[in-house]
Design a protein around this ligand. Structure first.
Ligand SMILES: *[C@@H]1O[C@H](CO)[C@@H](O)[C@H](O)[C@H]1NC(C)=O
Ligand SMILES: *[C@@H]1O[C@H](CO)[C@@H](O)[C@H](O)[C@H]1NC(C)=O
Length: 360
């Protein structure tokens, strides 16, 4: 990946505050992740039928037809991880059925949440493509060709078939970013700021995978001795990628146009320039407290909260000061588990009544 590639997006001059809500073209490639046709094994829909693709992406699809199911799986991976990372937040990454944008209007505000979504989805595509290469599902890539890491123990063999993260990065950059590059936008326009922001965040997501490639090994040698190992390049666990991007979301950088209206720069200039790994956003998020059709906020009425927590999952913040209701719920669990020689575990079933709090 080139250092110069995104230097352009992050310049540090004085600027003008720009653009409140920017409405984007509703077709987004990541709805491939919720398109049931994409999730059927062995089915490759015609590219022109995939209304979620931009014109450039349709051509890319035609040239890389066999990649599309992996792109769909990557999007799915990103969506699922987003929901895990945000399950205790006011905005919890809810997908909206039959909505072409998957997330509804929320994602059309150039907010932190949109920044996170772009990064996690781009990261999902890198991961899914890298894995598909390894598994021999794609015609244009195979096992990783990554060089042997210098720190690998000398006796160990480098050469197992690894996840092709390099190819995943390359194809992911090409395909995902195409959607942003399909149009030319005028200087200072909200569409331009949106495009620069998305491109930057897509790249930050890919780097959260690419820069954290792991090494996995398998033992050989006399039974269990593990004196010899064969190793290969492996994807970082996607939950780690999610955690990393969630941290970047918490520290996301607010940006605005530079004076010439061609690049995005940090709004508070006394801090350092954002790096390629940072997430950028242009607009302040709504508070997501009450349902609002315009912003796409679903509100937090009825959300469960933790009475004892002072954090975002606590009732005070989650319910936005409206208070909460408490009710009882019966939990059925396995309990009093005993190990029997040899070899099984026997448990009883216990019921427990717990208090549940939910926002008014
Ligand atoms: C919804 O959000 C918009 C934009 O912030 C705001 O102008 C409007 O008043 C809100 N509507 C309601 C019903 O809260
Ligand atoms: C996410 O929030 C929505 C709207 O507040 C709610 O209906 C849904 O149950 C929440 N999902 C989870 C997993 O908490």
């Amino acid at each position: 990946m080139t250092e110069t590639q995104w230097n352009g997006t992050v310049l540090y001059l004085l600027g003008i505050v720009q653009a409140i809500f920017v409405v984007v073209n509703a077709n987004v490639w990541w709805s491939l992740g919720t398109n049931p046709r994409m999730l059927m094994v062995g089915v490759q829909p015609f590219c022109t039928e995939l209304r979620e693709l931009s014109p450039g992406q349709i051509r890319a699809c035609q040239n890389h037809h066999d990649h599309m199911p992996s792109v769909g799986r990557g999007a799915r991976l990103g969506i699922t991880e987003c929901q895990t990372q945000f399950k205790n937040r006011r905005w919890n990454c809810t997908t909206i059925e039959d909505d072409r944008t998957v997330f509804g209007p929320v994602i059309q505000i150039a907010s932190r949440e949109a920044a996170f979504m772009h990064s996690i989805l781009a990261a999902g595509v890198v991961s899914a493509i890298a894995r598909s290469c390894r598994d021999g599902e794609l015609s244009s890539c195979h096992c990783s060709k990554a060089l042997r890491p210098k720190e690998l123990v000398r006796d160990w063999i480098w050469g197992g078939c690894g996840d092709n993260i390099q190819y995943g990065y390359k194809f992911g950059s090409y395909f995902v970013d195409l959607r942003e590059k399909d149009k030319n936008h005028p200087r200072l326009s909200p569409e331009l700021s949106r495009m620069l922001m998305n491109l930057h965040n897509n790249e930050a997501g890919r780097r959260a995978v690419y820069n954290y490639a792991n090494v996995a090994c398998k033992c050989h040698g006399v039974s269990g001795s593990c004196s010899l190992k064969t190793c290969w390049q492996a994807l970082p666990p996607f939950k780690d990628v999610g955690k990393r991007l969630k941290d970047r979301y918490d520290g996301a950088v607010e940006v605005k146009f530079n004076k010439r209206g061609t690049r995005l720069i940090r709004k508070k200039r006394r801090f350092n320039k954002p790096t390629q790994d940072d997430l950028l956003y242009v607009n302040t998020s709504p508070d997501y407290c009450v349902a609002n059709k315009t912003t796409g906020s679903l509100g937090t009425v009825g959300r469960e909260c933790n009475r004892l927590s002072e954090g975002m999952d606590g009732c005070r913040l989650m319910c936005c000061g409206r208070g909460y209701n408490t009710f009882k719920r019966k939990l059925v669990e396995r309990c009093q588990c005993k190990f029997h020689w040899c070899c099984y575990v026997k448990c009883r079933t216990c019921e427990r009544i717990v208090d549940i709090n939910s926002c008014k």
